[in-house]
Design a protein around this ligand. Structure first.
Ligand SMILES: NC(=O)c1ccc[n+]([C@@H]2O[C@H](COP(=O)([O-])OP(=O)(O)OC[C@H]3O[C@@H](n4cnc5c(N)ncnc54)[C@H](O)[C@@H]3O)[C@@H](O)[C@H]2O)c1
Length: 307
């Protein structure tokens, strides 16, 4: 693999995703400037970045490659890539990209980490739309390997190639999403499963805990090794076809958000943050799940680094 030379990288928004994205590129040897307009969030960045150092057992010296700024211009000065991780609001992201067009170098690649807003919309009013690309990281971005690189109708092939090369060099697993479709690939797959899960619970087939057990202890136990296409090939496409013929007509096809979610939200049962959602979260239980997840992902990240 050809090593990337040290790049300057801008990160817009130092929140949950932004600080992890900055950390990832600093680990890969790049210089990173974070623009974070909120004073409290800026002040908490050293603590949050040091927590990742502690979790991964990295050398804290790598944090010297990260600088934090209260305005955009110094964070993106000389940057070859800018990764936007600002709040998920279209007008705000459009304003950010308009500013980036004015402030970043003309050759800088401008990437958005939006979960759902198409970069076609975010970059709509820019003069040079060929350099706008989607990079959908998964939370936490310094631990989950996948990044979906989404090409919209205007994104140039060179921009996609350069973005994929940078991410791969930083240890990520980038995939090329060839059309700017809502939900890209990962969230479409994830939400197709969730729609069925909500429907099964609403119909009284099983409870929410059973859904989680079936996924984690069933097909989820092998998913990291065997994706759904590999699994279809493994069992044989004749069997896959027989199952599809019998089953697909019974699967949920509701074209709206599920009633069970609307009711829960209306009742203020928002999940771990309120103590109750689809499942019960007595004090301590949610923190234990978060802690277990974080340790699990960190262990996997360490194992990948060694191999
Ligand atoms: N949280 C996730 O699991 C996740 C996963 C994938 C993608 N995303 C996407 O990443 C983006 C950021 O999400 P997050 O979870 O980090 O949100 P966040 O609220 O934790 O962070 C956003 C940060 O942007 C800052 N900000 C506010 N206005 C800004 C502006 N005008 N310019 C620059 N920064 C500004 C905020 O102060 C905040 O620190 C969103 O588009 C989100 O949809 C989130």
């Amino acid at each position: 693999m050809q090593q990337q030379r040290q790049q300057t990288i801008g990160v817009i928004g130092g929140g949950l995703m932004g600080h992890g994205i900055a950390y990832l590129f600093a680990t890969a040897g790049h210089r990173v400037g974070i623009f974070e307009p909120d004073a409290a969030s800026r002040a908490s960045l050293p603590r949050r970045l040091n927590a990742i150092v502690a979790l991964l057992g990295d050398d804290a010296g790598l944090l010297q490659r990260i600088s934090v700024h209260e305005t955009m211009a110094p964070a993106v000065a000389g940057a070859a890539f800018v990764f936007e991780a600002a709040p998920e609001k279209l007008p705000l992201k459009q304003r950010v990209f308009a500013e980036l067009e004015a402030l970043a170098a003309p050759h800088a690649i401008l990437a958005s980490n939006s979960s759902a807003i198409p970069t076609t919309e975010i970059g709509r009013d820019l003069k040079h739309r060929d350099r706008v690309v989607g990079t959908h990281f998964w939370n936490p971005p310094h631990l989950v390997p996948l990044v979906e690189v989404i090409q919209n109708e205007k994104t140039s092939d060179d921009v996609v190639r350069a973005t994929i090369a940078l991410l791969r060099d930083a240890g990520k697993v980038p995939v090329h999403v060839r059309r700017d479709v809502p939900g890209f690939v990962g969230n479409r797959l994830q939400h197709a499963m969730k729609r069925e899960a909500f429907a099964l619970v609403a119909a009284g087939v099983c409870d929410a805990e059973t859904i989680d057990t079936v996924v984690k202890e069933g097909f989820g136990a092998r998913t990291a090794v065997l994706g759904p296409m590999e699994q279809s090939d493994l069992v044989g496409l004749d069997l896959a076809l027989d199952i599809a013929e019998v089953l697909y007509e019974h699967l949920d096809r509701t074209a709206a958000a599920p009633t069970i979610l609307r009711e829960k939200v209306k009742a203020g049962q928002l999940g771990m943050k309120t103590g109750e959602g689809l499942r019960q979260w007595p004090p301590g239980k949610a923190d234990a799940v978060r802690e277990r997840l974080s340790r699990f992902l960190a262990e996997q990240a360490r194992a990948r680094k060694k191999s």
